[in-house]
Design a protein around this ligand. Sequence first.
Ligand code: NAD
Ligand code: WQD
Length: 340
Amino acid sequence: MQILVTGGAGYIGSHTVVELLQAGHEVVVLDNLCNSSPVALERVAQITQRTPRFIQADVRDAAALDALFAAHSIDAVIHFAGLKAVAESVQKPLAYYDTNVSGSIQLLQAMQRAGVFRLVFSSSATVYGLDAPVPYRETMPLGRAANPYGTSKIMVEQLLADLCHSDSRWAVAALRYFNPIGAHPSGLIGEDPSGIPNNLLPFITQVAVGRRDALSIFGNDYPTRDGSCVRDYLHVSDLALGHLKALDVLTQPGLQAFNLGTGQGVSVLQIVQTFERVTGQTIPCIIASRRAGDLPAFWADASKAAQTLGWQAARSLEDMLRDAWHWQSLHPDGFVKKIS
Ligand code: NAD
Ligand code: WQD
Protein backbone atom coordinates (compact mmCIF):
# COMPACT_ATOMS: atom_id res chain seq x y z
CA MET A 1 0.00 0.00 0.00
CA GLN A 2 1.00 3.66 -0.35
CA ILE A 3 0.64 5.27 3.07
CA LEU A 4 0.62 8.96 3.97
CA VAL A 5 2.26 9.38 7.38
CA THR A 6 1.64 12.81 8.91
CA GLY A 7 4.18 13.64 11.62
CA GLY A 8 6.40 10.90 10.19
CA ALA A 9 9.65 12.65 11.21
CA GLY A 10 8.68 12.53 14.90
CA TYR A 11 9.42 9.97 17.57
CA ILE A 12 6.66 7.40 16.96
CA GLY A 13 6.23 8.38 13.31
CA SER A 14 9.86 7.70 12.35
CA HIS A 15 9.77 4.26 14.01
CA THR A 16 6.54 3.48 12.18
CA VAL A 17 7.97 4.59 8.83
CA VAL A 18 10.85 2.12 9.39
CA GLU A 19 8.40 -0.75 9.93
CA LEU A 20 6.21 0.29 6.97
CA LEU A 21 9.19 0.45 4.59
CA GLN A 22 10.56 -2.85 5.87
CA ALA A 23 7.16 -4.45 5.28
CA GLY A 24 7.26 -3.29 1.65
CA HIS A 25 4.83 -0.36 1.81
CA GLU A 26 5.39 2.92 -0.04
CA VAL A 27 5.50 5.90 2.32
CA VAL A 28 4.91 9.62 1.90
CA VAL A 29 5.76 11.66 5.00
CA LEU A 30 4.17 15.04 5.65
CA ASP A 31 5.71 16.96 8.55
CA ASN A 32 6.34 20.64 9.26
CA LEU A 33 9.35 19.70 11.44
CA CYS A 34 8.12 21.89 14.32
CA ASN A 35 9.19 19.17 16.77
CA SER A 36 11.51 16.96 14.74
CA SER A 37 14.59 16.89 12.57
CA PRO A 38 15.02 15.95 8.90
CA VAL A 39 17.96 13.85 10.09
CA ALA A 40 15.45 11.35 11.51
CA LEU A 41 14.29 10.57 7.98
CA GLU A 42 17.90 10.25 6.75
CA ARG A 43 18.39 7.68 9.50
CA VAL A 44 15.20 5.87 8.51
CA ALA A 45 16.70 5.56 5.04
CA GLN A 46 19.96 4.28 6.54
CA ILE A 47 18.11 1.59 8.52
CA THR A 48 15.80 0.46 5.75
CA GLN A 49 17.92 1.19 2.65
CA ARG A 50 14.79 2.87 1.28
CA THR A 51 14.00 6.58 1.16
CA PRO A 52 10.51 7.74 2.10
CA ARG A 53 9.12 10.66 0.10
CA PHE A 54 9.08 13.76 2.27
CA ILE A 55 6.88 16.84 2.01
CA GLN A 56 7.59 19.61 4.48
CA ALA A 57 4.18 21.11 5.08
CA ASP A 58 1.66 21.85 7.78
CA VAL A 59 -1.24 19.45 8.27
CA ARG A 60 -3.52 22.51 8.50
CA ASP A 61 -2.50 23.59 4.97
CA ALA A 62 -5.40 22.45 2.77
CA ALA A 63 -3.66 23.38 -0.49
CA ALA A 64 -0.57 21.37 0.43
CA LEU A 65 -2.77 18.38 1.33
CA ASP A 66 -4.70 18.61 -1.95
CA ALA A 67 -1.44 18.77 -3.91
CA LEU A 68 -0.11 15.77 -2.02
CA PHE A 69 -3.20 13.65 -2.67
CA ALA A 70 -3.20 14.72 -6.34
CA ALA A 71 0.45 13.76 -6.77
CA HIS A 72 0.36 10.43 -4.91
CA SER A 73 -2.12 7.61 -5.00
CA ILE A 74 -2.64 7.23 -1.25
CA ASP A 75 -4.41 4.12 0.07
CA ALA A 76 -4.48 5.01 3.77
CA VAL A 77 -3.29 7.69 6.18
CA ILE A 78 -1.57 7.33 9.55
CA HIS A 79 -2.04 10.61 11.40
CA PHE A 80 0.64 11.35 14.01
CA ALA A 81 1.07 15.09 13.41
CA GLY A 82 0.18 17.01 16.54
CA LEU A 83 1.42 18.78 19.63
CA LYS A 84 1.88 16.59 22.70
CA ALA A 85 3.29 18.48 25.68
CA VAL A 86 0.66 18.31 28.41
CA ALA A 87 1.84 21.30 30.48
CA GLU A 88 2.31 23.46 27.38
CA SER A 89 -1.26 22.65 26.35
CA VAL A 90 -2.48 24.30 29.56
CA GLN A 91 -0.50 27.45 28.68
CA LYS A 92 -1.40 27.45 24.95
CA PRO A 93 -4.81 25.81 24.53
CA LEU A 94 -5.53 27.57 21.23
CA ALA A 95 -2.34 26.23 19.67
CA TYR A 96 -3.22 22.70 20.82
CA TYR A 97 -6.82 22.78 19.60
CA ASP A 98 -5.69 24.39 16.35
CA THR A 99 -3.04 21.80 15.52
CA ASN A 100 -4.64 18.71 17.03
CA VAL A 101 -8.33 19.33 16.30
CA SER A 102 -8.37 21.77 13.34
CA GLY A 103 -5.38 19.95 11.85
CA SER A 104 -7.28 16.67 12.00
CA ILE A 105 -10.35 18.29 10.45
CA GLN A 106 -8.26 19.74 7.60
CA LEU A 107 -6.75 16.32 6.99
CA LEU A 108 -10.12 14.53 7.05
CA GLN A 109 -11.62 17.08 4.65
CA ALA A 110 -8.69 16.68 2.26
CA MET A 111 -9.01 12.88 2.48
CA GLN A 112 -12.70 13.18 1.66
CA ARG A 113 -11.96 15.39 -1.36
CA ALA A 114 -9.38 12.86 -2.53
CA GLY A 115 -11.63 9.86 -1.93
CA VAL A 116 -9.33 8.33 0.71
CA PHE A 117 -11.33 6.93 3.63
CA ARG A 118 -8.89 4.78 5.59
CA LEU A 119 -7.25 6.33 8.65
CA VAL A 120 -5.18 5.27 11.64
CA PHE A 121 -5.28 7.96 14.32
CA SER A 122 -2.78 8.49 17.18
CA SER A 123 -4.97 8.57 20.23
CA SER A 124 -3.95 8.18 23.84
CA ALA A 125 -4.80 6.44 27.09
CA THR A 126 -5.58 9.94 28.30
CA VAL A 127 -9.03 9.67 26.61
CA TYR A 128 -10.20 7.47 29.49
CA GLY A 129 -10.08 10.58 31.66
CA LEU A 130 -9.50 11.03 35.36
CA ASP A 131 -11.94 8.63 36.97
CA ALA A 132 -11.77 5.39 34.97
CA PRO A 133 -11.06 2.12 36.81
CA VAL A 134 -7.95 0.16 35.83
CA PRO A 135 -7.15 -1.64 33.67
CA TYR A 136 -8.58 0.57 30.93
CA ARG A 137 -10.84 -1.24 28.46
CA GLU A 138 -12.10 0.00 25.09
CA THR A 139 -15.68 -0.66 26.21
CA MET A 140 -15.36 2.20 28.73
CA PRO A 141 -16.74 5.60 27.69
CA LEU A 142 -14.54 8.54 26.74
CA GLY A 143 -13.73 10.42 29.94
CA ARG A 144 -13.04 13.99 30.99
CA ALA A 145 -9.42 14.99 30.49
CA ALA A 146 -7.29 17.02 32.89
CA ASN A 147 -5.79 19.26 30.22
CA PRO A 148 -6.36 20.65 26.69
CA TYR A 149 -4.00 18.07 25.17
CA GLY A 150 -6.16 15.23 26.48
CA THR A 151 -9.36 17.04 25.54
CA SER A 152 -8.06 17.47 21.99
CA LYS A 153 -7.67 13.67 21.67
CA ILE A 154 -11.17 13.09 23.10
CA MET A 155 -12.60 15.66 20.67
CA VAL A 156 -10.94 14.02 17.66
CA GLU A 157 -12.11 10.55 18.70
CA GLN A 158 -15.63 11.95 19.08
CA LEU A 159 -15.57 13.60 15.67
CA LEU A 160 -14.20 10.40 14.09
CA ALA A 161 -17.13 8.48 15.59
CA ASP A 162 -19.59 11.03 14.16
CA LEU A 163 -17.86 10.96 10.78
CA CYS A 164 -17.94 7.16 10.56
CA HIS A 165 -21.58 7.22 11.60
CA SER A 166 -22.40 9.70 8.82
CA ASP A 167 -20.67 7.88 5.96
CA SER A 168 -19.96 4.15 5.81
CA ARG A 169 -17.02 4.63 3.47
CA TRP A 170 -14.86 5.66 6.45
CA ALA A 171 -12.75 2.99 8.16
CA VAL A 172 -10.83 4.36 11.11
CA ALA A 173 -8.68 2.86 13.85
CA ALA A 174 -8.06 5.02 16.93
CA LEU A 175 -4.96 3.62 18.62
CA ARG A 176 -4.82 4.52 22.29
CA TYR A 177 -1.14 4.53 23.17
CA PHE A 178 -0.05 3.98 26.74
CA ASN A 179 3.55 5.09 27.49
CA PRO A 180 5.86 4.51 24.51
CA ILE A 181 9.57 4.47 25.39
CA GLY A 182 12.78 3.04 23.96
CA ALA A 183 14.30 3.44 20.54
CA HIS A 184 15.03 1.47 17.39
CA PRO A 185 17.55 -1.28 18.29
CA SER A 186 20.01 0.17 15.74
CA GLY A 187 20.40 3.25 17.95
CA LEU A 188 19.99 5.44 14.86
CA ILE A 189 16.60 6.95 15.77
CA GLY A 190 14.99 7.64 19.13
CA GLU A 191 13.23 10.21 21.28
CA ASP A 192 14.76 13.69 21.07
CA PRO A 193 12.66 16.22 22.96
CA SER A 194 13.40 19.94 22.70
CA GLY A 195 14.39 21.61 25.96
CA ILE A 196 13.85 19.99 29.34
CA PRO A 197 12.13 16.63 28.83
CA ASN A 198 8.60 16.37 30.22
CA ASN A 199 8.54 12.59 30.01
CA LEU A 200 10.29 10.14 32.29
CA LEU A 201 12.53 8.17 29.94
CA PRO A 202 14.21 11.00 28.06
CA PHE A 203 14.84 12.66 31.42
CA ILE A 204 16.51 9.51 32.76
CA THR A 205 18.69 9.02 29.67
CA GLN A 206 19.73 12.70 29.74
CA VAL A 207 20.77 12.29 33.39
CA ALA A 208 22.73 9.17 32.45
CA VAL A 209 24.52 10.96 29.62
CA GLY A 210 25.39 13.93 31.85
CA ARG A 211 23.02 16.55 30.43
CA ARG A 212 20.96 16.74 33.68
CA ASP A 213 22.09 16.38 37.29
CA ALA A 214 19.33 14.29 38.83
CA LEU A 215 15.90 12.86 38.20
CA SER A 216 13.06 14.30 40.25
CA ILE A 217 10.65 11.52 41.15
CA PHE A 218 7.25 13.17 41.27
CA GLY A 219 5.78 11.72 44.44
CA ASN A 220 6.55 8.65 46.58
CA ASP A 221 3.34 8.67 48.60
CA TYR A 222 0.88 7.32 46.02
CA PRO A 223 -1.23 4.29 46.95
CA THR A 224 0.96 2.00 44.80
CA ARG A 225 3.34 -0.86 45.63
CA ASP A 226 6.32 1.45 46.28
CA GLY A 227 4.59 4.85 46.46
CA SER A 228 5.64 6.02 42.98
CA CYS A 229 3.26 6.24 40.00
CA VAL A 230 2.53 3.19 37.87
CA ARG A 231 2.25 3.28 34.05
CA ASP A 232 2.11 0.83 31.15
CA TYR A 233 5.36 1.35 29.23
CA LEU A 234 5.76 -0.21 25.79
CA HIS A 235 8.59 -0.32 23.27
CA VAL A 236 8.16 2.24 20.48
CA SER A 237 8.98 -0.40 17.83
CA ASP A 238 6.19 -2.64 19.18
CA LEU A 239 3.89 0.37 19.05
CA ALA A 240 4.98 1.04 15.47
CA LEU A 241 4.10 -2.54 14.48
CA GLY A 242 0.63 -2.03 15.95
CA HIS A 243 0.00 0.55 13.20
CA LEU A 244 0.74 -2.02 10.50
CA LYS A 245 -1.72 -4.43 12.11
CA ALA A 246 -4.32 -1.66 12.32
CA LEU A 247 -4.00 -0.99 8.58
CA ASP A 248 -5.12 -4.58 8.01
CA VAL A 249 -8.47 -4.05 9.76
CA LEU A 250 -9.37 -0.94 7.75
CA THR A 251 -11.27 -3.17 5.34
CA GLN A 252 -14.12 -2.96 7.85
CA PRO A 253 -16.10 0.32 7.94
CA GLY A 254 -16.57 2.33 11.11
CA LEU A 255 -14.46 3.47 14.03
CA GLN A 256 -12.55 0.89 16.05
CA ALA A 257 -10.53 1.82 19.13
CA PHE A 258 -7.60 -0.25 20.40
CA ASN A 259 -5.44 0.02 23.49
CA LEU A 260 -1.78 -0.41 22.64
CA GLY A 261 0.09 -1.29 25.82
CA THR A 262 1.68 -4.33 27.41
CA GLY A 263 -1.05 -4.77 30.02
CA GLN A 264 1.58 -4.49 32.79
CA GLY A 265 1.92 -1.65 35.27
CA VAL A 266 5.47 -0.57 36.18
CA SER A 267 6.40 2.06 38.78
CA VAL A 268 8.79 4.98 38.39
CA LEU A 269 11.14 3.43 40.96
CA GLN A 270 11.09 0.11 39.08
CA ILE A 271 12.01 1.97 35.88
CA VAL A 272 14.96 3.64 37.56
CA GLN A 273 16.20 0.42 39.17
CA THR A 274 15.84 -1.60 35.97
CA PHE A 275 17.56 1.13 33.93
CA GLU A 276 20.49 1.11 36.36
CA ARG A 277 20.71 -2.68 36.24
CA VAL A 278 20.63 -3.10 32.45
CA THR A 279 22.84 -0.12 31.58
CA GLY A 280 25.27 -0.03 34.51
CA GLN A 281 24.59 3.72 34.85
CA THR A 282 23.74 5.39 38.15
CA ILE A 283 20.75 7.74 38.17
CA PRO A 284 20.85 10.24 41.04
CA CYS A 285 17.25 10.78 42.20
CA ILE A 286 15.46 13.39 44.28
CA ILE A 287 12.02 12.73 45.72
CA ALA A 288 9.96 15.73 44.65
CA SER A 289 6.34 16.63 45.23
CA ARG A 290 3.58 15.17 43.11
CA ARG A 291 3.14 16.63 39.59
CA ALA A 292 -0.24 18.28 39.07
CA GLY A 293 -2.59 16.14 37.01
CA ASP A 294 -0.72 12.82 37.45
CA LEU A 295 -2.89 9.77 38.11
CA PRO A 296 -1.50 7.24 40.61
CA ALA A 297 -1.68 4.20 38.35
CA PHE A 298 -3.09 3.06 35.03
CA TRP A 299 -2.41 0.32 32.52
CA ALA A 300 -4.11 -1.29 29.56
CA ASP A 301 -6.31 -4.26 29.10
CA ALA A 302 -4.59 -5.10 25.83
CA SER A 303 -6.71 -8.15 24.97
CA LYS A 304 -8.78 -6.51 22.20
CA ALA A 305 -5.65 -5.66 20.18
CA ALA A 306 -4.42 -9.22 20.67
CA GLN A 307 -7.70 -10.76 19.56
CA THR A 308 -8.69 -8.40 16.74
CA LEU A 309 -5.36 -7.16 15.42
CA GLY A 310 -3.19 -10.13 16.33
CA TRP A 311 -0.88 -7.60 18.01
CA GLN A 312 0.96 -7.98 21.29
CA ALA A 313 3.90 -6.04 22.66
CA ALA A 314 6.85 -8.43 22.35
CA ARG A 315 9.76 -6.52 23.87
CA SER A 316 10.57 -6.55 27.58
CA LEU A 317 11.13 -3.62 29.92
CA GLU A 318 14.84 -4.46 29.80
CA ASP A 319 14.78 -4.20 25.97
CA MET A 320 13.03 -0.82 26.15
CA LEU A 321 15.53 0.63 28.61
CA ARG A 322 18.60 -0.85 26.91
CA ASP A 323 17.48 0.52 23.54
CA ALA A 324 16.68 3.95 25.01
CA TRP A 325 20.18 4.10 26.45
CA HIS A 326 21.80 2.77 23.26
CA TRP A 327 20.22 5.65 21.29
CA GLN A 328 21.06 8.33 23.88
CA SER A 329 24.64 7.15 24.47
CA LEU A 330 25.38 7.08 20.72
CA HIS A 331 23.69 10.49 20.26
CA PRO A 332 24.09 12.48 23.49
CA ASP A 333 22.69 15.60 21.81
CA GLY A 334 20.00 13.84 19.80
CA PHE A 335 19.63 14.62 16.11
CA VAL A 336 21.29 18.05 16.60
CA LYS A 337 20.28 19.42 13.17
CA LYS A 338 16.89 20.88 14.08
CA ILE A 339 15.10 23.21 11.70
CA SER A 340 13.27 25.17 14.41
P1 NAD B 1 6.51 14.02 18.09
O1 NAD B 1 6.38 15.44 18.51
O2 NAD B 1 7.85 13.40 18.14
O3 NAD B 1 5.93 13.83 16.62
C1 NAD B 1 4.91 14.64 16.10
C2 NAD B 1 5.34 15.09 14.72
O4 NAD B 1 4.30 15.92 14.17
C3 NAD B 1 6.62 15.95 14.76
O5 NAD B 1 7.52 15.47 13.79
C4 NAD B 1 6.13 17.34 14.43
O6 NAD B 1 7.12 18.11 13.74
C5 NAD B 1 4.90 17.06 13.58
N1 NAD B 1 3.91 18.13 13.60
C6 NAD B 1 3.41 18.79 14.67
N2 NAD B 1 2.52 19.71 14.28
C7 NAD B 1 2.43 19.61 12.93
C8 NAD B 1 1.68 20.29 11.95
N3 NAD B 1 0.84 21.30 12.26
N4 NAD B 1 1.83 19.93 10.65
C9 NAD B 1 2.69 18.94 10.31
N5 NAD B 1 3.44 18.28 11.20
C10 NAD B 1 3.31 18.61 12.49
O7 NAD B 1 5.46 13.19 18.96
P2 NAD B 1 5.26 11.62 19.08
O8 NAD B 1 5.60 11.23 20.47
O9 NAD B 1 5.88 10.93 17.94
O10 NAD B 1 3.67 11.55 18.99
C11 NAD B 1 3.01 11.28 17.76
C12 NAD B 1 1.51 11.29 18.00
O11 NAD B 1 1.19 10.34 18.98
C13 NAD B 1 0.96 12.63 18.50
O12 NAD B 1 -0.29 12.85 17.91
C14 NAD B 1 0.82 12.39 19.99
O13 NAD B 1 -0.19 13.19 20.56
C15 NAD B 1 0.42 10.93 20.01
N6 NAD B 1 0.74 10.27 21.29
C16 NAD B 1 2.01 10.29 21.77
C17 NAD B 1 2.29 9.67 22.98
C18 NAD B 1 3.68 9.69 23.55
O14 NAD B 1 3.83 9.38 24.73
N7 NAD B 1 4.72 10.03 22.81
C19 NAD B 1 1.28 9.03 23.68
C20 NAD B 1 -0.02 9.02 23.16
C21 NAD B 1 -0.28 9.64 21.94
C1 WQD C 1 5.53 8.92 33.62
C2 WQD C 1 5.67 8.83 35.12
C3 WQD C 1 5.47 10.92 36.29
C4 WQD C 1 9.05 12.76 34.64
C5 WQD C 1 2.24 11.54 29.38
C6 WQD C 1 0.96 12.21 28.96
C7 WQD C 1 0.07 11.21 28.28
C8 WQD C 1 0.82 10.49 27.15
C9 WQD C 1 2.15 9.96 27.58
C10 WQD C 1 0.39 11.49 25.07
C11 WQD C 1 4.68 9.71 35.86
C12 WQD C 1 6.86 10.35 36.43
C13 WQD C 1 8.03 11.88 34.93
C14 WQD C 1 10.00 13.09 35.65
C15 WQD C 1 8.84 11.59 37.14
N1 WQD C 1 1.13 11.35 26.07
N2 WQD C 1 7.94 11.31 36.16
N3 WQD C 1 9.85 12.48 36.87
O1 WQD C 1 2.48 11.49 32.48
O2 WQD C 1 2.19 8.98 32.19
O3 WQD C 1 1.92 10.47 30.27
O4 WQD C 1 2.90 10.98 28.24
O5 WQD C 1 -0.73 11.15 24.89
O6 WQD C 1 -1.02 11.91 27.81
O7 WQD C 1 0.33 12.73 30.10
O8 WQD C 1 4.17 10.14 31.16
O9 WQD C 1 6.62 10.11 30.99
O10 WQD C 1 5.48 12.25 31.72
O11 WQD C 1 5.50 10.29 33.25
O12 WQD C 1 8.76 11.09 38.26
O13 WQD C 1 10.91 13.89 35.46
O14 WQD C 1 6.96 9.33 35.47
O15 WQD C 1 5.03 11.47 37.51
O16 WQD C 1 4.26 9.00 36.97
P1 WQD C 1 2.64 10.29 31.65
P2 WQD C 1 5.51 10.76 31.72
